[in-house]
Design a protein around this ligand. Structure first.
Ligand code: C2E
Ligand code: CA
Ligand code: CA
Ligand code: CA
Length: 279
């Protein structure tokens, strides 16, 4: 009885109630937003050691009619819990493939790689491989330029199932990048088991480089480890010239971060390509 009383009190806790109401509102707004095409992809450049743009990461934004731009941290977790990530993730994939198709029509953009984030629930759908195949065939995009960013936590639980799916996609020509690398706890075993092309060093290791000796050591170790396994490596969250220099000097030639550009709408991204005379 005491427990029931406590539960009743919690349920009518006004603060709790407002959280529930807010969530319900957000959820119904999210559903409507998918129908009303209120989502947009922004593109953040990925550059090589000469500063040439070699590709981009697609990052989703919600153009809310009243609240303005809403960032993914505000709606991706709820989308994941409610299952809305399935249509949303599919939309992002299709949108990215259409962009790749447009890039393939111009000499100056046809070699760009586009990286798309995949969430756990999206990836674990039975028909995920088929969805990717369809997004590519409907758009006419070149499969070799699509990269999927995964995190190690989304592989937890069903490692062998994940490997099977990844291998199917890999055999179609898709590359995988392991996102937020170094923040999980079993990174090393995944590195050798998963069919990866690239590892992305998490920005938490980058932000206080080169002064923080521990992070400097971790970053150097990740770089030499990935290279000895034959994997590519990219750093995210690169904000200063000193960070870029440290990374390049230690063999991480590909970088992404505010130093080069924030994620921007496609028109702005294409201006950046011209500014950098991307040949
Ligand atoms: P993420 O995949 O780790 O993406 C990198 C985040 O770091 C992005 O935040 C980006 O704007 C930010 N960032 C880039 N450069 C810098 C920098 O130099 N300094 C700092 N402090 N931050 C930087 P954003 O766009 O808010 O995205 C947050 C997260 O939302 C992403 O983290 C990703 O997990 C998720 N997300 C974004 N788009 C999608 C999507 O289409 N599908 C799924 N499933 N998740 C997405
Ligand atoms: Ca990412
Ligand atoms: Ca990341
Ligand atoms: Ca992250």
């Amino acid at each position: 009885a005491k427990n029931a009383g406590r539960n009743t009190i919690r349920f009518f806790d006004p603060q709790m109630q407002s959280v529930l109401t807010q969530r319900a509102t957000l959820e119904s707004e999210l559903r409507a937003a998918i129908d009303n095409s209120e989502f947009q992809l922004h593109y953040q450049p990925q550059v090589d050691s000469t500063g040439t743009i070699i590709g981009a990461e697609a990052l989703i934004r919600w153009n809310h009619p009243v609240r303005g731009i809403i960032y993914p941290d505000q709606f991706i977790p709820l989308s994941e819990q409610t299952g809305l990530i399935e249509p949303l993730g599919q939309w992002a994939l299709e949108q990215a493939c259409r962009q790749l198709m447009r890039w393939s029509e111009d000499d100056r953009t046809q070699n760009l790689i586009l990286a798309v984030n995949v969430s756990a629930r999206q990836f674990h759908q039975d028909n995920f491989v088929e969805q990717v195949r369809q997004a590519i065939s409907h758009s006419g995009a070149s499969i070799n330029h699509l990269k999927l960013e995964m995190t190690e936590t989304m592989i937890l639980g069903d490692v062998s199932g994940a490997i099977t799916k990844m291998k199917q996609l890999q055999s179609m020509g898709i590359g995988f990048s392991l996102d937020d690398f170094g923040t999980g706890y079993s990174s090393l075993s995944y590195l050798t088991q998963l069919p990866l092309e690239q590892v992305k060093i998490d920005r938490s290791f980058i932000h206080n480089l080169p002064h923080n000796e521990n992070n400097a050591t971790v970053v150097q170790t990740i770089i030499s480890l990935t290279r000895s396994l034959g994997l590519k490596v990219i750093a995210e969250g690169v904000e200063t010239e000193a960070q870029r220099q440290f990374l390049n000097q230690h063999g991480c030639l590909h970088c992404q971060g505010y130093l080069f550009s924030r994620p921007v709408p496609i028109e702005r991204f294409e201006q950046l390509l011209q500014l950098h005379d991307n040949h």
